[in-house]
Design a protein around this ligand. Structure first.
Ligand code: ZN
Length: 590
């Protein structure tokens, strides 16, 4: 293990899993364990289980699991090393500087440094006489100097190598600058600053580190490279997992988060006192961003430009957020303004009123469904009502449905009963579809261990036996001799279990008790969940020794079957040798 084991143990000891989880999950005691609603998938009955006894957890709904490090790693979206560091910091433990070799971590640190130096460079250029063009633009858009400083805004000078020269003078190498994506390489093999003559917005993650940049072209100069140029995904930055402004908003969003389209909107909202505003980085809103938001807030207010693209984006974001269980409301800005313009013209108080009166998603859908339909003619009216009935039918609240049925029948002069019948018919149809979907989900659970161990589909019986062996040996390390006399790691049929079994044997033979933290670095998050399930299973509760021996036999038999199954491609000599091996191993097995 790369980080010394004593340190891992010390960190684990000082970070009790229940306490670490407390801010994220509401856990209730059930017997000796704790249960709660899983923060990693959407559920109504708790299947997320914490085992305080061995400091592990497992979700029976989605299969996440592991120890306190795995939890932090997944909930905060970190690497293993970063999760260890975070928990070390949390409990006041200093990690040794060179106690472990981790070149990826070193690269990441270098990228963070380059980003920080780049942001400083852009900021001081913005504040210098040469950067007046950019400062004029920002103040012209109504930003105060303190807002500009608060967000660390900057400007990239015109020219191909200003940043390159600066970073070189600080000792950074071209390959690292390219990794940070602040420098590009042309087809001719020359290097150039990626951001030129742009206003620069640093993108800061929830831990306060600069992870990338968004550069806006000056009005009228956006032909080259587009209005915005953003950092592409780097080792420290994934566009789909971050939100602009989230570093500030995370402290102000208990009640709600305001989701807007552009970085400028976020900044002017902050300046007007709405520090809970964020923007998706790039064009579309993603599942990961929804997941991030759902950890911090219960309600999202979508404010989108009233152009077609904005409404399309709003609809998509609404759908994605709907899946997370967060309340979604929508603000329609009058006269097609964006929030920035609206606040400037009407003031913060009016904007606040607009937020309070944000329409429900259904109302928003009804309002926008009318677009492109001419409702002054009968054909158009019917077309719109059909669309509207569909929207109303989606609501599960009878009062809500009744309210909109009433409004529409009045407005479009159709009978209430006719519209009611139409909605009911649609609901019956949807209900049948939903029942079928739910049935499918019950019969075929969302989480399938075969996703972690794909070979399970090929060798279901042997894989189940392998899982039993691992589970039993985990709970009864004293069976180590019995197990290893019969079953060597290479006898395991599936690759995943071979790796786990090998490490488990090493762990026990070195005198340790099996512990998930021993596997922290060698297993992926999914594999960790898989192992956590095995470690906490009840397989070893009854007749463990007999079950262990039987399971080993199943695995060995599968191995023999597998070998003889390969005989059709063997030469006569190979076949004879193979037969001999089978005979020998059968004798050994007895
Ligand atoms: Zn889950």
């Amino acid at each position: 293990m790369a980080i010394p084991e004593e340190i891992i143990n010390e960190i684990k000891y000082r970070n009790d899993i229940e306490t670490v989880m407390a801010p994220y999950i509401n856990l209730k005691r059930r017997g000796k364990n704790l249960v709660g609603l899983c923060p990693f998938h959407n559920e109504k009955t708790p299947s997320f289980t914490v085992y305080p006894e061995n400091g592990s957890f497992y979700c029976f709904g989605c299969g996440v699991g592991g120890d306190v490090f795995s939890f932090v790693r997944q909930i905060e979206n970190l690497d293993y090393i970063d999760a260890v560091k975070l928990l070390a910091e949390r409990s006041g433990i200093t990690l040794p500087q060179d106690g472990y070799d981790d070149s990826m971590q070193k690269l990441k640190n270098t990228i963070y440094e380059i980003n920080r130096e780049t942001a400083r460079f852009y900021h001081s250029y913005l504040m210098s006489p040469e950067g007046k063009w950019a400062l004029d633009y920002l103040t012209g858009r109504g930003l105060s100097i303190s807002t500009i400083k608060h967000f660390g805004l900057g400007a990239a000078p015109d020219g191909w190598d200003n940043l390159i020269k600066h970073l070189k003078s600080l000792g950074y190498t071209i390959p690292d600058m390219i990794q940070a994506n602040v420098v590009g390489k042309s087809q001719r093999g020359t290097y150039y600053d990626r951001f030129r003559k742009r206003v620069m917005f640093p993108i800061i993650n929830i831990r306060g580190k600069i992870i990338g940049f968004s550069g806006r072209a000056m009005p009228g100069e956006d032909k080259m490279g587009g209005k915005y140029v953003n950092t592409s995904d780097t080792p420290v930055y994934k566009k789909s997992e971050n939100l602009f402004g989230m570093n500030f908003a995370k402290n102000h969003c208990d009640e709600r988060v305001i989701l807007v389209e552009g970085n400028m909107d976020v900044i002017s909202l902050h300046q007007a006192g709405f520090e809970n505003a964020v923007a998706a980085l790039g064009t579309s809103f993603t599942d990961e961003q929804a997941k991030l938001l759902s950890r911090y807030t219960k309600e999202i207010v979508l404010i989108m430009d009233s152009d077609v693209a904005g409404q399309k984006a709003a609809r998509r974001a609404g759908e994605i957020l709907g899946n997370t269980g967060i309340d979604v409301r929508v603000v329609l800005l009058p006269d097609g303004k964006d929030p920035d313009e609206y606040i400037k013209k009407n003031g913060a108080a009016r904007f606040k009123a607009l937020l309070e009166g944000a329409v429900s998603e259904i109302e928003y859908k009804l309002l926008t469904a009318v677009e492109g339909i001419d409702v002054s003619v009968d054909d158009g009216k019917l077309q719109y009502l059909a669309k509207a009935a569909n929207i109303i039918a989606e609501s599960n609240d009878v009062m809500t449905r009744d309210l909109y049925i009433g409004r529409l029948s009045e407005k479009y002069g159709v009978s209430r009963t006719a519209l009611q019948d139409k909605v009911n018919e649609l609901r019956r149809r949807n209900h049948k579809q939903r029942e079928k979907r739910e049935f499918d989900e019950i019969v075929r659970p969302k989480f399938d261990r075969a996703d972690v161990n794909p070979e399970k589909r090929l060798y279901p019986a042997a894989t189940a036996a392998e899982e039993t062996v691992i589970a039993i040996l985990w709970q009864h390390p004293d069976f180590y001799d019995t197990a290893t006399e019969r079953l060597l790691p290479e006898n395991m049929i599936t690759v995943v279990n071979r790796r786990i079994y090998k490490a488990l044997c090493e762990c026990i033979s070195s005198g340790r008790n099996p512990d998930l933290s021993y596997f922290g670095e060698m297993l992926s998050s999914n594999e960790m969940g898989y192992l956590s399930a095995l470690a906490n299973s009840e397989k070893g509760d009854k007749n463990a020794l007999i079950v262990l021996k039987d399971s080993i036999k199943v695995i060995l038999d599968e191995g023999l079957k597998k070998k003889s199954g390969d005989t059709k491609n063997m030469s006569a000599d190979e076949w004879a040798q193979n037969l001999q091996k089978i005979i020998e191993s059968k004798q050994k097995g007895k």
